[in-house]
Write a protein that binds this ligand. Structure first.
Ligand SMILES: *Cc1c(COP(=O)(O)O)cnc(C)c1O
Length: 371
């Protein structure tokens, strides 16, 4: 159920939308982890967006409701999207596109190897995605033009282009809804109003959609957007641009939507837990993954959520969260797909992707067996 439509009924018909996600996602107190931290936080909660979708959860299901809604409205035959080889977004898009009878073309670039890269590639193949792997972004751009031309010839129309991470303005509206969803859960006393919210920032769409939603909901919480990608993907400039675009779209669609000022004091960009490279795990990120699993049985991972939780732990241990109510927004889908991929042969993938199966995973992934 999309709470945004209750607040603004006109969006139900005016915004493109298809119901895919399982909402609201639960919130849960992490009491064992609180105890482990010995009172360094007053209360610690997790927003279980890992449970946001039957087919595939995590943060992408919320975005895809609007994005694929647009693909259906445009009567597109296919969508084209972009990401790293193991992109969760590319996989989520492929799975939900398939559900809706759309083809998915994924344009991928190299990344450090990990078990989840293998899983996502095989699952993509299984979902019928057309996977293309290029050495760098310029090659992807060229390859995309070629694929678009091919599709245009074949289908008589162009695929809908979905930006990396699904962070189009429409996609981000899924997280405006998430802010209202949280408001409702606070009203229902499922959690107290948080003082601080930790969320991973990859392409920043989740963070800025949520920032908009929290602002709309009147929840004055500090949003810690933990950067896990290269610097240009997460910046204040981009935050302002995304925020403005969300506001413009929602106001243009319904002029009762309020003009929201950018909440300057409530967004903090964290650059200190990135490590050295996208998808290259850090020791502290892996420690966070282990701790969350051991105490709460919640599975997170090394590329996004582990680094984000590491920021939370570091702040708690430095005494910065004393007396604060903290919410960790879990953006990761933790479905176990091992039985689905058991019979999928990687040789059916384009040749340049075979390397992820024929070379070892990165040392920290090997050491922990993070799947
Ligand atoms: C895609 C992804 C993110 C990043 O979301 P953005 O909206 O791109 O910032 C965070 N966590 C996980 C697990 C993801 O797959």
């Amino acid at each position: 159920m999309n709470v945004l439509f209750e607040f603004f009924p006109s969006y139900r018909t005016k915004l493109p939308y298809v119901e895919l996600a399982d909402l609201p996602t639960p919130v849960q107190r992490m009491e064992r982890l609180e105890r482990e931290l010995g009172g360094a936080v007053e209360a610690l909660y997790v927003k279980r967006d890992d449970l946001s979708g039957e087919a595939y959860g995590g943060n992408k299901a919320r975005k895809l409701e609007f994005i694929l809604g647009e693909a259906l409205r445009n009567e597109a035959k296919a969508v084209m999207t972009f990401g790293a080889a193991g992109s969760n977004h590319a996989l989520a898009t492929a799975m939900y596109a398939r559900q809706l009878g759309l083809d998915c073309i994924s344009m991928l670039v190299p990344q450090p190897n990990a078990h989840y890269v293998r899983t996502n590639l095989l699952m993509g193949l299984r979902a019928g995605a057309e996977l293309h792997h290029h050495a760098n972004m310029p090659a992807v751009a060229l390859g995309s033009l070629w694929q678009l031309a091919r599709r245009r010839m074949r289908d008589g129309k162009l695929p809908l282009i979905v930006p990396p991470g699904g962070s189009s303005t429409l996609g981000m509206i899924g997280f405006v809804n998430a802010g209202l969803e949280l408001k409702r859960q606070i009203e229902q006393h499922l959690l107290p109003r948080p003082d601080v919210v930790y969320v991973a920032s990859g392409t920043m769409g989740t963070a800025i959609g949520l920032l908009s939603g929290l602002q709309l909901a009147g929840i004055r919480a500090q949003l810690m957007a933990v950067r896990v990608t290269d610097p240009p993907f997460t910046s204040m400039r981009k935050a302002h641009r995304f925020f403005r675009h969300i506001n413009q779209l929602l106001r243009a669609t319904d002029n009762t939507y309020p003009e929201l000022p950018f909440p300057e004091d409530y967004l903090v960009l964290r650059h200190d837990h990135y490590g050295s490279r996208y998808a290259l795990y850090t020791e502290e990120g892996v420690e966070a993954v282990r701790l969350v699993e051991a105490t709460e049985g919640v599975r997170i991972e090394g590329t996004y959520t582990g680094k984000t939780f590491a920021a939370l732990l570091a702040d708690a241990r430095a005494g910065l969260l004393k007396g604060k109510k903290v919410l960790f927004w879990n953006t990761y889908d933790s479905h176990d797909f091992s039985s689905e991929i058991a019979k999928v042969d990687y040789h059916a993938l384009p040749k340049s992707l075979h390397r992820y199966f024929e070379t070892d995973v990165q040392p920290l992934d090997r050491a922990t067996g993070l799947a």
